[in-house]
Ligand binder design. Structure first.
Ligand SMILES: Nc1ncnc2c1ncn2[C@@H]1O[C@H](COP(=O)(O)OP(=O)(O)OP(=O)(O)O)[C@@H](O)[C@H]1O
Length: 235
């Protein structure tokens, strides 16, 4: 589905990703894990086209992505929820969600004028808060808004960067339930950077461990054992 082949990425003169190879299985939930600073966010931004790569190739269903703009990648069906959520604080919840509608029209045959009801079924709080400003929502509600906004595109792949950072446990649970539901019922492919082991184990089907800008271990989530955790995750 998404294939990353021998990708290098540099910030200024510092190389962050080193010949990184990663294969995302269609219909899977893949957790990208690793200690702080190993390049997880950089990898997601490279997939999204928010950072240029210097070598290698990123493809989705055979199409080469790395020459496409970030906007074009969204049209191809990649939804992205960045670290820190990045919603528009001065716009209302409704306005934040509507931003996804023109992109959806470009990528699907339907061009709904209204936000699909499904978003409110998944996150009822967004309906209750429809006319509130994004900036007035709690961190957890903002995260639900950011995920809802990405889902308006009806993506084939949803990429989430540490969606649970600084969020209260009941909302972490709800976010996990939504990811599992979309995966199980609609076959949505999910790529998730996740530091919390409990969440990764509950939601993830596959794991990929990163160290120093490379993938160093890849397997099914049930095979994430204590040796790997000690070697690549424990601080
Ligand atoms: N804008 C930037 N300019 C220069 N270096 C950067 C920039 N952003 C990140 N880096 C460096 O790139 C490396 C990888 O950062 P990245 O955020 O991808 O790691 P990460 O694994 O996602 O870490 P974290 O879990 O802390 O988010 C780090 O050494 C970081 O200091």
């Amino acid at each position: 589905m998404i294939s990353i082949n021998k990708v290098d990425q540099l910030y200024g003169g510092t190389q962050i990703l080193w010949g990184l190879d990663l294969e995302i299985v269609p219909g899977s939930i893949t957790c990208i894990m690793g200690r702080n600073g190993v390049g997880k966010t950089t990898l997601l931004k490279a997939i999204m086209g928010l950072l240029p790569i210097t070598k290698g190739e990123i493809t989705m269903e055979g199409d080469v992505l790395n020459k496409q703009s970030a906007e074009k990648r969204a049209y191809s069906g990649i939804g992205y929820v960045p670290q820190g959520r990045d919603i528009f604080p001065m716009l209302t919840v409704e306005e934040n969600l509507r931003i996804g509608l023109p992109v959806r029209s470009k990528r699907t045959k339907d061009s709904p004028k209204e936000i699909p009801e499904k978003i409110f079924e998944l996150f009822p709080v967004l309906k209750d808060m429809l006319h509130r400003r994004g900036g007035d929502l709690s961190g957890g509600q903002q995260q639900q808004l950011a995920i809802g906004r990405a889902l308006v595109l009806e993506p084939k792949v949803l990429i989430l960067d540490e969606p649970n950072e600084g969020i209260q446990p009941n909302i972490v649970k709800q976010i996990g339930d939504v990811i599992l539901k979309l995966n199980e019922e609609e076959g949505l492919t999910v790529i998730l950077v996740e530091q919390k082991l409990g969440f990764a184990r509950r939601v993830g089907k596959e794991f990929r461990l990163m160290e120093k800008g490379r993938i160093v271990a890849a397997d099914k989530m049930e095979n994430l054992n204590d040796t790997l955790i000690k070697q690549y995750l424990a601080v």
